[in-house]
Design a protein around this ligand. Structure first.
Ligand code: CP
Length: 315
């Protein structure tokens, strides 16, 4: 089954082929998915992912249907052996098998509960879908990974620089009012490593990434000094929660880690969005010519069409 759950499960050549296809066929409308139906299953909110998948599938002549778990669709249990006497009347085991009878692929968005790091980092919900679905599963952001985002990120960097190898790229932690999941930074770091970037994680000491992700990054450089951002080709900013103080919002002492234009030198600026202006990222960055975020968001549309075609072995 051609699932797309984590770029780490693919070699660079396969990922590069998907991105090159997206660049070559950007904006194309055709009937490559005619007769195919894709379920978009949302346990959590979305602007970009929801719309870019829906529009992309329509541009390829396919059908999509959004399902909001717990709002019009039954709340879903995923624990193995659960005694289902809570507010979740259906198990993913059954839902995945039933949806597989109707749809040709199932895309899932399921954020972590942010209560227990060990549990979240097993990525239990999407793994339950992977185990029981009988059609390809595409990860629209799980507890641990956001591979469609990181493919759009790599596509954007490749378009801006004509290459990814050897570029100085910083994954820059930013402050926030909440403890956010690590899926985006995890997937960005894994993909940047796979695509040969010279990656540095720039974050306060408490803000590492999960051990199972760090193991995929080789000898990645870690810095606690934002001055390093000035020397980079790309600054990829994102807030994420501490692994040790799991679920606890960042301390107010880190508010001055907000990314400002004077901190990033001449670097191209990327962020997956949504973002909180003047908390995570200053207006002067977002309103500057260095902001590549809107191209990055647009590339979600292009690259996801190629990811879908890859799942159906059509490229
Ligand atoms: N970047 C991203 O996944 O955006 P949404 O949460 O709006 O889908």
């Amino acid at each position: 089954m051609n699932h797309f759950i984590n770029t780490g499960e693919f070699n660079r050549e396969s990922l590069e082929r998907i991105i090159d296809h997206a660049i070559a066929h950007k904006g194309e409308r055709n009937q490559a998915l005619a007769g195919k139906s894709v379920a978009l299953v949302f346990f959590d909110s979305s602007l970009r992912t929801r719309t870019s998948f829906s529009v992309g599938i329509a541009q390829l002549g396919g059908n999509s249907m959004s399902l909001e778990v717990g709002k019009g669709t039954w709340n879903l249990e995923f624990a193995e052996g659960a005694v289902m006497d809570s507010d979740k009347p259906e198990h993913v085991k059954d839902a995945a098998r039933v949806l597989s009878r109707y749809f040709d692929a199932i895309c899932i968005r399921c954020f972590p509960a942010m209560r227990n790091a060990e549990e979240d980092f097993d990525d239990p919900l999407i793994e339950c879908f992977r185990r029981y679905a009988e059609v390809p599963i595409i990860n629209m952001e799980s507890s641990l990974y956001h591979p469609c985002q990181s493919m759009a990120d790599m596509m954007t960097i490749k378009q801006r620089f004509g290459k990814t190898d050897g570029l100085k790229v910083a994954l820059a932690w930013a402050p926030h009012i909440k403890a956010l999941p690590t899926a985006v930074p995890n997937s960005f770091a894994v993909a940047a490593h796979q695509f040969g970037c010279d990656l540095t994680i720039v974050a306060p000491p408490e803000y590492t990434l999960p051990e199972k992700v760090m193991r995929q990054l080789g000898n990645v450089r870690i810095s606690h000094d934002q001055n390093l951002l000035k020397t980079q080709d790309v600054v990829y900013a994102k807030s994420w929660g501490s692994i040790l103080d799991y679920g606890v919002p960042p301390a107010t002492k880190y508010r001055d880690w907000m990314i400002t234009l004077d901190k990033i030198g001449k670097a191209q600026f990327l962020h997956c969005m949504p973002l909180r202006r003047n908390v995570e990222i200053a207006d002067d960055v977002m309103d500057s010519a260095q902001n590549a975020c809107y191209d990055e968001a647009e590339n979600r549309l292009h690259v996801q069409k190629s990811i879908l075609l890859n799942c159906f072995e059509s490229i």
